[in-house]
Design a protein around this ligand. Sequence first.
Ligand SMILES: *Cc1c(COP(=O)(O)O)cnc(C)c1O
Length: 390
Amino acid sequence: MSDNNLHPISQAVRIQTPTTWQGEHSTPLYLTSSFKFEEADDMRGAFAEENDDNIYTRFSNPNVDEFVQKMVALEGAEAGFATASGMAAVFSSMFALLKQGDHLICCSSVFGSTFTIVTKYLPKYGIECTLVAADDKDAWEKAVKPNTKMIYLETPTNPQLEIIDLEWAGQLAKKHNLILNVDNCFATPLLQRPIEYGANLSVHSATKWIDGQGRVLGGVVVGDAALIREIYLFCRNTGPSLSPFNAWVLSKSLETLDVRLQRHCENALKVAQVLEEHPNVSWVKYPFLPSHPQYEIAKKQMKAGGGIVCFEIKGGLEAGKKFLNSLKMLSMTANLGDSRSIASHPASTTHSKLSEEERLSVGITPGLIRVSVGLEYVDDIIKDIVQALG
Ligand SMILES: *Cc1c(COP(=O)(O)O)cnc(C)c1O
């Protein structure tokens, strides 16, 4: 399917399931639960893995394989496996590779459900986790124990947009012979390729920028072939596989990811610059603003700053809610990475069940607003935000 002479961006457009006798130009949907065989020996060979024939869609499917191969090309990985959601990818990448008695080091400001997995579910199976602050390099080093197996991190983090130095993390993992597992959802492989810095796995919620239009859930994990093999066997038996329909949508979406992201990043930078000058905003965070605390690292490891901007509105919790209520165009919804701009106020929504202290410990200040900057004409996005701030 793939042509290694092509640039990964071209491969994301051109990788395609072999054309059928119909000569279709766009890959058809393979909505089938299973695949049939002409000869008993072929079926035996498929189960024995002597050939790579498809058997059953929980194991593999042409639409899913096409999507995975594009992601493998974009990330510069050896292999991959796609799942029904980002969380299925995150969970499988941990559970398939860790066992009772193992220890995991995890960045404290990870996605909410990831936090729940490492603090609530993995410990039930005797896998313990040490949480470390994104910016505390000593703490990471100190957290390493003889039974540590994996480092899990997200960069940029959600929603605070902290940047973790991937080159440093890659060296730390290598020094202690640990699996480095990176949630690359916010950057996508077009802005950042963790494997180049020594990551062994890169996981994604494809629901976000990869779909990019708020239509389907999906996830994918790519990385070292031996690790992906374990994850594949785990998923093949436990069943979090991606549906062919969603894979078809996501594969098509990868054809336009590069152009979409360029515009998202351009718009987001402009929004961030306007917010930085606004009197009702106490601070703005965007990886490619020179005021970002890890601006130099962001510049080193990312091609552009991404589509998420966060800022602190003056006036705290009430001002945050009022801002959301005053928006005319931006959507109030739980997703991000959509062509439509989205604003959210974590303190009154996703993190409202936590105490103020707990919120602060994960970087959720009372007036924190997260904007997922979309593809509308940028002046319209800015106009809506500025009127709502007023
Ligand atoms: C959304 C998200 C996830 C979870 O993905 P789903 O597709 O919603 O399951 C994981 N990590 C990050 C950084 C996310 O933004």
